[in-house]
Ligand binder design. Sequence first.
Ligand code: M6R
Length: 367
Amino acid sequence: ERGDYRHYMLKEIHEQPRAVADTLAERLTEDRLLAAAFGPKAEAAFENIKGVHIIACGTSYHAGLIARYQIEQLANVPVSVEIASEYRYRNPVVPKDHLFVCISQSGETADTLAALRMAKERGYRETLAICNVPESSLVREAGLTLMTRAGPEIGVASTKAFTTQLAALAMLALALGKAREQISPEQEAELVRDLRQLPAQIEAALDLDAPLKRLAELLVDNRHALFLGRGAQYPVAMEGALKLKEISYIHAEAYAAGELKHGPLALVDEHMPIIALVPDDELSEKVRSNLEEVRARGGRLIIFAAEDTGFEADEHSHVMILPRGVSKLTRPALYTIPLQLLSYHVAVLRGTDVDKPRNLAKSVTVE
Ligand code: M6R
């Protein structure tokens, strides 16, 4: 039940600390990822993996895009990520010893299920489903499974399903890194400690609700918005744009900030708000200069930046501060939270049917 929350979406946004903690529970000790996390067959299957293909749709696809950065970094294997409806209709070449991973909240998405069935015929080393519904078709048919424990998600716009997928995929990156002997026990301990901080980090980010509600007023009358990020924050920006368009019907697009000059900069004027994600990572200076280009062209900015990255609010820009020093493993989930809340408040102000946006279904069981 919705309880005191006005919408299921808002309730589900607030359930994220618990949902993520549940997803990590019993799979991590203080400083180790448990071998049993992916089931008894996983260790042998992950050893000597030479690459990973990740397939999903919508929000789950964005989770896959984020996982690519983490798996490549921790496990040092090539990762490709593709939309299920594209993958299933080409002739995907499956190199030796590749792992197939499908991600789905419902486990019933027609294209994702068809992609898994095709993958099973094509000779992957193993198939793994990351899914939120234990009795779903995807879980029944995949070789290995890792359940997210988000609990039922009623809002059509995915929120807690997404952040629990990110937690599950971070564990996959760790498991592959261990199986391929790319991370030392010390590194594992540090990464596990990082991951265990995620529920508390999300809890703290939920406190931004009130300022985000005010910020939403800036967006409510716009017809378009552009989301920018670099590195793993680029797919976070994609997810932010999807959330805004899905529930508020404002046209939103995400770009890798480095692409601005290659086209979208032409769109920038005072009617095109730019929402940018700038954590304190090795790319923050690059994003800063990308944003200078926007500012110089009169663009209005909403910046989600880590503390002490030096962004200051002025008449054209609003700055929301997030903590600095947050681990690479948890940063994408953390930056997702304010984007969910922002979209939510914009949608409420616009009076849309937040939990059941027009033309959309929770589970896309026909292609
Ligand atoms: O159940 P799935 O994760 O397979 O669903 C995939 C997409 O249909 C889903 O994520 C969709 O994009 C959401 N409504 C986005 O909020």
